[in-house]
Design a protein around this ligand. Structure first.
Ligand code: MN
Length: 207
C-alpha cells in the first residue's frame, strides 16, 4: 500500500514548502510558504490593507505564510504588490514540485456582505488569467483596488495557474477581501493531495 501522506506529492518526499527571496531596484522580498500549514501568517509589506489581505489568504488557504517586503512605496504600491505576488507564485511552484497527487482543479465563491468573488483554478503549469468585474472605489487605504486584479494575474503567471476570477459588489474593501479569500479557498482545494491519487493528475503525466 502506498503512503499517501502530504509529503508524497513531492518527488523528494519532503514537506510542501518553499522559501524564496528576490531583490530588485524596486523591492526586496522574502517569502516562506508551507502549503499544508495551519493558516499562520507574519506579513509586513508596508501597506496595511495588503497585509490584511495576505493574512486572510493564509488563514483561509490553511497556508503558513511569512512575507517581508521593503518596496518603493514612495512611488506607489504597484511594485510592492506585483513583486510579492511574483515571489509568492514562485514559492507555490517550488513547494508543489511535481504536483503528484494533487486535486488540481477547484472553484470557490466567497461572499462578504454585498460583495461576492468567484475563482476557478487549474494548477496546470499553464499560466493564464481571465478577470471579470470592477472595483467600486479606486483606493482602499494605501492600496490601489485594481492591484488586487494585478496580484491575481501575477500569482497566476508565476504559480503556473489557469485562473479565472470575477468580482461584484458596491464596496471595494469587501470586493477585494472576497477575492483574496476565494483565491485562498480555491488554491487550498486545488493543491490538496487526493488520497486516491499517487500520480500526476494529467494524461500527459506532467503538469
Ligand atoms: Mn476586512
Amino acid at each position: 500500500m502506498t503512503d499517501h501522506s502530504d509529503g508524497d506529492a513531492r518527488a523528494d518526499g519532503g514537506e510542501r514548502a518553499a522559501a524564496v527571496s528576490r531583490e530588485t531596484a524596486e523591492t526586496t522580498i522574502d517569502v516562506t510558504l508551507t502549503i499544508d500549514g495551519d493558516g499562520d501568517s507574519a506579513v509586513e509589506t508596508g501597506i496595511g490593507f495588503f497585509d490584511h489581505m495576505l493574512d486572510a489568504f493564509a488563514k483561509h488557504g490553511m497556508f503558513d505564510l511569512s512575507v517581508t517586503c521593503d518596496g518603493d512605496l514612495e512611488i506607489d504600491d504597484h511594485h510592492t504588490v506585483e513583486d510579492v505576488a511574483i515571489v509568492l507564485g514562485e514559492a507555490f511552484t517550488e513547494a508543489l514540485g511535481e504536483k503528484r497527487g494533487i486535486v488540481r482543479y477547484a472553484d470557490r465563491k466567497v461572499p462578504l456582505d454585498e460583495a461576492v468573488a468567484g475563482v476557478v483554478v487549474d494548477v496546470s503549469g499553464r499560466p493564464h488569467f481571465e478577470f471579470d468585474g470592477e472595483f467600486s472605489q479606486e483606493r482602499i487605504g494605501d492600496f490601489t483596488s485594481d492591484m488586487a486584479r494585478h496580484f491575481a494575474y501575477s500569482l497566476a503567471m508565476n504559480a503556473g495557474l489557469t485562473l479565472h476570477a470575477e468580482v461584484e459588489g458596491v464596496n471595494a474593501h469587501h470586493e477585494v477581501e472576497a477575492l483574496f479569500k476565494a483565491l485562498a479557498r480555491s488554491l487550498d482545494d486545488a493543491t490538496r493531495v487526493d488520497p486516491r491519487r499517487s500520480d500526476t493528475p494529467s494524461t500527459k503525466g506532467k503538469l
